[in-house]
Each structure stands twice: as structure tokens, then as C-alpha cells.
Design a protein around this ligand. Structure first.
Ligand code: HEC
Ligand code: HEC
Length: 334
């Protein structure tokens, strides 16, 4: 009866039926189910700069090593506040242009960390620029490739006011007299990376989601202050720029070892810098503030680690002191 050798209609018909069923199952039905995905409340469209950055991200194929998906399993909880939802991709899945759809940003390889929340973890522009030029400058043992073609060496006379200089040491340049300038598309890529933060939608995600064991960050949590590990918190929050050794990176991030501010017996300036950020000197970049990311206890734990490491010696501070300064700053700019 099923003699495919003799009956060409049956052969073509069966192949066509298989093709149609498979297309329905893996393309058409899922596409129909996605039609009512809506952006999350308060979610904004990507700015033109972010969109340009997304295109650089795609053309450099960063997805081959980085995912942007927090799965609903416990080991993914370090990468976000909650599992990713289809709505999270509403705007970043726009077509590249008429002919090209945006390739999948979800990624399937995690050679490097997931980038869903990298805007929170790495907020500084100088850090990103150094890291893209040569990841080993900021992360000694990194295996991420360098992207030197995203930068341009210029003789000092050619540098214009608009150029964004990257603070690399001269021995990394082809011509040590030159300055390193970030190309416009690189700045767009960094803007895009800085914009990567999960939208907060509250905690109620329904019964299917594994509840996060991560503590909500922000204000004082009131407990566990003694158990907090300043070394680990420093490694996760500050070491990217100031380095695990506290030595900083010349021209980009100042050393904390031997710093007057860190060793000052009066901790006010230090706490204020950690909460609100710091951009005082032209020879260094700008430091972002951590008021929204760290609790009073965490700030105290980091400060005490800094004040007692790398030869630094200054009296310990308490979470209450941080809390007072936090209130003071909030009252100044409500
Ligand atoms: C060969 C794999 C690979 C490729 C390709 C790659 N990365 Fe990475 N990336 C890594 C690894 C490994 C790390 C962790 C070490 C480090 O921080 O350098 C990393 C770290 C990062 C971080 C810091 C993440 C964090 O949590 O601190 C950012 C941001 C980043 N990469 C962006 C990019 C961008 C943008 C591209 C494309 C231009 C890219 N990466 C391409 C492997 C890769
Ligand atoms: C994105 C990079 C970056 C990160 C992350 C970062 N800093 Fe900074 N920090 C800087 C830069 C840049 C400066 C110098 C700003 C200036 O002087 O204009 C600075 C300055 C400082 C100073 C002043 C030091 C001195 O002697 O002048 C202290 C203290 C400090 N940071 C502490 C911290 C702590 C604590 C953390 C972690 C909670 C942290 N920083 C995270 C970039 C960073």
C-alpha cells in the first residue's frame, strides 16, 4: 500500500504533510502564542543609541559566549532577581531592518557570565571600555577576546574635544605617543550594556516559579550584619575597578591601598562616596554610586574590609553610621 517507489503522489504528499505539521508545531503555533506578549508596565523602548549598541553586540557575536536569560532554576538565581519572561525581550527583539530579524540574544553558551543584569554589576563606562579593549587589563585571568578594532589610536594633535579617551597605559599601544579613542559604535555598545537591567515586577510570579533565596537589596535588612563577608562583597562590587589587591589601575581607578579617604578616622567621605559615587578628579574616570545596590550592613562590611586590608589601618564603622549618612543624603536630594 505505501509503496513510495511507485507512487510519486504519495511520496510528495507525505513529505508535504510532514513539512506542514512540523512547521505548525515549531513555528506557527508558537508564533501565534507569542502574539499577546506585551511589554512590562513601565518598560521603555530602546533609545537609538542603545539600539545601535545592540547591533554592534550582534555583529560582534557576543551571544556566542554570553546568555541573556535567567532560567527558572536555582543555579540561575545569581544572574537576576527573577526568571526571564517573554516580555523582557519585547523591545530588544525588534527586527534589525526590513530583511533581517534580530538574532536570538538568549544565547546557549555561558563561556562568560549571563548579561541580563550586567548594567547593575558593571555600571562604569571606563571599566567597559578597558574591558573591551583588553579584558586582561581589568580581569587578570579573563579568557574573553580583546576587541581592539572597536578603538582607534590617534596622535594627541588629532584628538578632538568630542573624543572619549580610554585610560590605557602607553605600553599597550602600538605607538606609545598615541592616545586611545573609543569609536562611536563602541560607546553605543557600552550604553547598551549599561542598560541591561531586569525590570522590577514585584515578587509575585505565581506558583510555578522557584522563590528566590536572594535577599532584596536596598535599605537596611537589620540582620546578619556580623556574618556579612566584606572580602566577598568587595570582590563582587568594587574589585572590578579597584582590583582585588586594592591597587587600582593607573589612570583609570585610584588605589584604595594607602588612600587618605579610606584611612581617614572620620568615615563620612568614604561612606558618602560609596553611596553617591565620586567624580572629583580629571585624571580618573567617574565612580557610580551604590546606594540602591547595597544595604547599610553591606556598605559597613565593605568599608571595614578596606579599612583593615592592604596595609590600611582605620577604626571599624557600624551600619548605623552608614544609615545616618544615607538619610542625610536622601534629605538633601529627596
Ligand atoms: C570567547 C568567549 C567570549 C566572547 C566572544 C565574549 N565574551 Fe565577554 N566574557 C567572557 C568571559 C569568560 C568573561 C568573564 C571574565 C571577564 O570578566 O573578562 C566575560 C565577561 C564579560 C563582561 C563582564 C560580565 C560581568 O558579569 O562582570 C561583559 C560586560 C562582557 N563580557 C561583554 C562582552 C561583549 C560586549 C562581547 C562582544 C563584543 C563579549 N563579551 C564577547 C567571554 C566572552
Ligand atoms: C566602575 C568602576 C568603579 C567601581 C565598581 C567602584 N569604584 Fe571607587 N572609584 C572609581 C573611580 C573612577 C574613582 C575616582 C573618582 C575621581 O576621583 O574622580 C573612585 C574612587 C574611590 C574612592 C576614593 C579613593 C581616593 O583615595 O581618592 C573610594 C574610597 C572608592 N572609590 C571606594 C569604592 C568602593 C568601596 C567600591 C565598591 C562598593 C567602589 N569604589 C567601586 C571607580 C569605581
Amino acid at each position: 500500500m505505501f509503496n513510495f517507489h511507485k507512487n510519486h503522489r504519495l511520496l510528495v504528499g507525505t513529505a508535504a504533510l510532514g513539512f506542514i505539521l512540523l512547521s505548525m508545531g515549531i513555528a506557527i503555533i508558537p508564533a501565534l502564542q507569542m502574539q499577546d506578549v506585551k511589554p512590562l508596565p513601565g518598560m521603555e523602548e530602546l533609545s537609538s543609541e542603545e539600539l545601535k549598541g545592540l547591533h554592534v553586540y550582534v555583529s560582534e557575536n557576543c551571544m556566542s559566549c554570553h546568555t541573556q536569560q535567567v532560567r527558572n532554576i536555582e543555579m540561575d538565581q545569581v544572574w537576576g532577581q527573577r526568571p526571564s519572561l517573554a516580555s523582557d525581550y519585547y523591545f530588544s527583539k525588534q527586527r534589525m531592518d526590513l530583511w533581517r530579524q534580530s538574532p536570538s540574544l538568549l544565547g546557549s553558551e555561558r563561556t562568560g557570565p549571563d548579561l541580563t543584569e550586567v548594567g547593575k554589576r558593571q555600571p562604569g563606562i571606563e571599566w567597559h571600555l578597558l574591558h573591551l579593549y583588553n579584558p586582561r587589563i581589568v580581569v587578570g585571568e579573563s579568557i574573553m577576546p580583546s576587541y581592539p578594532w572597536l578603538f582607534e589610536e590617534k596622535s594627541p594633535a588629532m584628538v578632538t574635544k568630542k573624543d572619549v579617551l580610554v585610560p590605557v597605559s602607553a605600553d599597550l599601544l602600538k605607538n606609545p605617543e598615541h592616545k586611545l579613542v573609543a569609536k562611536p559604535e563602541t560607546l553605543a555598545l557600552v550604553t547598551y550594556l549599561q542598560s541591561l537591567v531586569q525590570m522590577d515586577i514585584g515578587q509575585d510570579l505565581g506558583p510555578d516559579f522557584i522563590p528566590s533565596t536572594r535577599e532584596k537589596k536596598g535599605q537596611s535588612s537589620g540582620e546578619k550584619s556580623l556574618e556579612l563577608d566584606g572580602i566577598q562583597l568587595y570582590a563582587g562590587t568594587c574589585a572590578a575597578c579597584h582590583q582585588p589587591t586594592g591597587d587600582g589601575i593607573p589612570g583609570a581607578f585610584p588605589p584604595l591601598a594607602g588612600s587618605k579617604i579610606v584611612n581617614d578616622p572620620d568615615p563620612n567621605t568614604l561612606i558618602q562616596i560609596m553611596l553617591s559615587g565620586y567624580d572629583a578628579r580629571p585624571e580618573y574616570g567617574a565612580m557610580p554610586g551604590f546606594a540602591d545596590l547595597l544595604t547599610d550592613e553591606e556598605i559597613a562590611a565593605i568599608a571595614n574590609h578596606e579599612r583593615s586590608s592592604w596595609g590600611n589601618k582605620a577604626p571599624a564603622i557600624s551600619p548605623e553610621q552608614v544609615s545616618e549618612i544615607r538619610k542625610f543624603i536622601q534629605n538633601q536630594n529627596p
